[in-house]
Design a protein around this ligand. Structure first.
Ligand SMILES: Nc1ncnc2c1ncn2[C@@H]1O[C@H](COP(=O)(O)OP(=O)(O)OP(=O)(O)O)[C@@H](O)[C@H]1O
Length: 721
């Protein structure tokens, strides 16, 4: 076999070489013929008249050459250099290229050899090599060089013609007809040679030989093309939800399948119409539970649902209503719905909404957030009976930390009947995934029931691939529902949630844009959506003028119900003390510095309008729904776009109007505006406050500063004591 390959390979190579030499030989013959014809022509010219004419022509040629002698000698020396260079580069020339170069750029010396070949004598190998070298040298010459070569050729052949004049006289006997024919052939040959030479020169110009010198630091700025992410179909083609609330209200009776009990409750709570996200998501969840909570529609596992809609667009109700309805018919109290949220305040808020809609239904809602003691929470969750533990909660609203504590430490706490897992502020919860809370929940949900387990029939195992066998054994499905105003569209992040055939409902539209060449491209014109009633401004300022600006907004512009954000609890506290020391504004602070009950009280007072200005950390940035907040001030610029969106989203909720001011240090201005622009937020206006407007506040402010200094010292002393 190996031998066959060798022979085959060898055979092909030989054939190829034969072909090449045949072509070469043919070419050489042609050239020799052309030369012979030229000689004959010269002889014809050597007649007395012809000689005179030739002398005249030679003289004229010499004069012309004398005029160009400088440049010619330059060219010659360059030619010599190139020849040397050509010799050194010879080895790197590819075999295939050699033939082409040989044909297109034959030097005078080479042609002398070709004459020999035409005579029938075979040139030696050494000579061939020399020829190849020479042809390489010639190849490097420019168009001007090739002209010169052509001239030299003519001169040499003239000389040769003169010396062999007598010898050639014998051949004059050949017919004039043949000469003319051959003359034409020769002219054609010369023309083609000239063309080949100039093509070679052009090729050389287009591909100059590589330089050994590298130019550093000289590069062109190339526009970086944005890589369009490849999204799975459910992310690329979501179900679109209208952004504008007021224009897209849907009367509650127009949404099919809602239980009359719930319709009544909605009306009692002043809800006559559903917001767009509710009109889309409520029917979708209800449909997946249309066969009851024990199995999915048609016995299949229901699809998971992801919702990305602006702040204040009513996402809470879009999961509360269908879950309450799905569990209305439950017989035994078991944990069937679990809502996980990032903060205690948010968990309390959501559990309040559940309480409203489960009131009078027999469904029990328990909140596990650490607000109460662990033992107290345990008592609220499970009860020990003679027959074993039984659940006291149908719906649990929890923060991840407390939830995992109960999973691992509360006897009888079971999630084996869990049907709905709701992750609110899902993007934030994905960031918290390092706590491993989701794995613990899923593990607890698919844990085998111990002997005391009452409903062995509905025992379930962790779902694997769908097979005929798995379809024959229906079990209570676990459906995940994700909600956020800034839900990530990063498939890798969402992957961590182990979603099953998810559906996405979103208000973030990708718009098709026309490129310059007329082609269409899909571009995210906005990555996040803000409430329609929100007006945004930024105030360029310096560090010292920030407190004065805040006082100016509160005292001169008479802002009321203002939620003001700082980037740390220390900053919140100091600003609170300063504004308090200044006086004239009812102010409070909200951060993890305060105990939960104090935070709760503060929030209540703020909601009641007893506090004009609430200075807070990002603890209130997400999800908190405080009615009547008409202005948000970013005292410290938010570092991330998601933080900005959630902060400003505390106003302009439920289709109402609201105002957001961001104080931006001049050094931060560019970065801040770029951050917003990258997220597709361009409708932010600059709001300049003139120094003279702040001047009247300065003296009182300086007094407040000295008071603050004293207060901070006292606090430090107290802490040390
Ligand atoms: N259909 C409705 N009609 C009138 N008001 C509604 C309706 N749905 C919700 N609301 C009110 O709108 C406000 C915002 O609702 P919700 O807190 O659910 O918004 P959200 O989308 O969860 O906001 P965030 O993203 O900030 O958490 C609440 O005060 C709520 O009572």
């Amino acid at each position: 076999m190996a031998l066959f390959y060798i022979n085959r390979y060898g055979g092909e190579e030989e054939g190829e070489r034969e072909d090449r030499s045949r072509v070469l030989l043919e070419r050489l013959r042609e050239q020799a013929r052309a030369r012979q014809l030229k000689k004959q022509q010269q002889e014809a010219l050597l007649s007395p008249e012809g000689l005179k004419q030739e002398e005249r022509e030679n003289k004229l040629g010499e004069n012309v050459r004398a005029g160009n002698s400088g440049s010619n000698s330059d060219n010659e020396s360059r030619g010599a250099k190139r020849k040397r260079k050509g010799e050194s580069e010879e080895d790197s020339c590819a075999e295939g290229q050699k033939l082409k170069k040989h044909q297109s750029c034959s030097s005078p010396e080479e042609r002398a050899d070709t004459e020999e070949a035409a005579d029938g004598s075979t040139p030696s190998k050494k000579k061939k090599k020399q020829n190849r070298r020479k042809s390489n040298v010639t190849q490097e010459r420019t168009g001007a060089d090739s002209q010169e070569v052509a001239e030299q050729q003519d001169n040499r052949s003239n000389l040769r013609n003169k010396s062999g004049k007598k010898k050639k006289k014998d051949e004059e006997a050949e017919g004039v007809e043949t000469r003319r024919k051959e003359n034409n052939e020769k002219a054609e040959g010369n023309q083609s040679r000239k063309e080949e030479l100039s093509v070679a020169a052009l090729e050389k110009e287009a591909n100059p030989p590589p330089s050994s010198l590298v130019v550093l630091g000289d590069y062109d700025r190339k526009p970086v093309q944005k890589v369009q992410p490849f999204l799975p179909q459910w992310l690329a083609q979501p179900k679109l939800v209208q952004k504008r609330i007021k224009e897209n209200l849907v009367p509650i009776r127009d949404v099919p399948g809602i239980h009359p009990k719930l319709l009544k409750k909605l009306q009692m709570n002043g809800i006559e119409s559903f917001f767009p996200v509710q009109a889309e998501v409520i029917p979708a969840i209800l449909q997946s539970a249309s066969n009851g909570y024990l199995m999915g529609q048609g016995g299949y596992r229901p699809r998971d649902i992801c919702v990305s809609a602006p702040t204040g667009s009513g996402k809470t109700l879009s999961f509360v209503i269908p879950i309450v309805q799905a569990l209305l018919d439950r017989v035994v109290c078991q944990v069937r719905a679990l809502v996980v949220l990032p903060t205690k305040e948010l968990a309390q808020q959501v559990s309040k909404v559940f309480n409203i809609y489960t009131d009078g239904t027999g469904l029990k809602v328990v909140s596990v957030t650490g607000q109460k003691s662990f033992a107290k929470e345990q008592e609220m969750l499970v009860q020990k009976k003679v027959t074993g533990y039984c659940s006291l909660a149908d719906i649990i609203v929890a923060t991840p930390g407390r939830l995992t504590d109960h999973i691992s430490q509360t006897p009888g706490f079971s999630l084996t009947q869990l049907r709905f897992l709701i992750v609110d502020e899902a993007d934030r919860m994905i960031d918290d995934m390092h706590q491993n809370w989701l794995n613990q929940v899923v593990k607890a949900a698919f844990q085998a029931e111990d002997d005391s387990g009452s409903i062995m029939l509905f025992q379930r195992t962790k779902p694997g691939p769908i097979t005929a066998a798995s379809s024959c054994h229906p079990q209570i499905p676990l459906q995940k529902l994700l909600f956020s105003a800034t839900l990530t569209q990063d498939p890798e992040k969402l992957q961590q949630l182990g979603l099953f055939q998810p559906r996405l409902f979103t208000s973030v539209y990708s718009e098709k844009k026309l490129l310059g060449d007329g082609a269409e491209t899909e571009q995210d014109t906005e990555k996040y959506t803000l409430p329609e009633g929100l007006s945004q401004c930024y105030v360029p300022c310096d560090l010292n003028s920030k407190p004065l600006l805040l006082l100016h907004f509160m005292l001169k512009m008479k802002f009321t119900r203002v939620l003001c954000f700082t980037n740390s609890k220390e900053a919140s506290h100091r600003l609170f003390l300063l504004i308090q020391a200044f006086g004239g504004v009812t102010v409070a602070e909200f951060s993890s510095r305060l105990p939960p009950n104090e935070r709760h009280r503060t929030m209540k007072e703020f909601e009641q309008g007893k506090i004009q200005l609430l200075i807070s950390t990002d603890a209130t940035a997400r999800g908190i729904d405080i009615k009547g907040v008409n202005c948000v001030i970013n005292y410290d610029t938010p570092q991330f776009i998601r933080t900005y969106i959630h902060r400003v989203g505390r106003t302009a909720r439920a289709g109402k109007a609201g105002l957001a001011f961001s104080m931006v240090l001049r050094i931060q201005e560019r970065r801040f505006l770029r951050m917003l622009k990258d997220a597709g937020i361009t409708d932010i206006k600059q709001h300049l406050v003139k120094g003279k407007l702040l001047k009247p506040l300065v003296q009182q402010y300086e007094e407040a500063l000295s008071k603050l200094e004293k207060m901070v010292k006292d606090e430090r002393a107290q802490r040390r004591a």
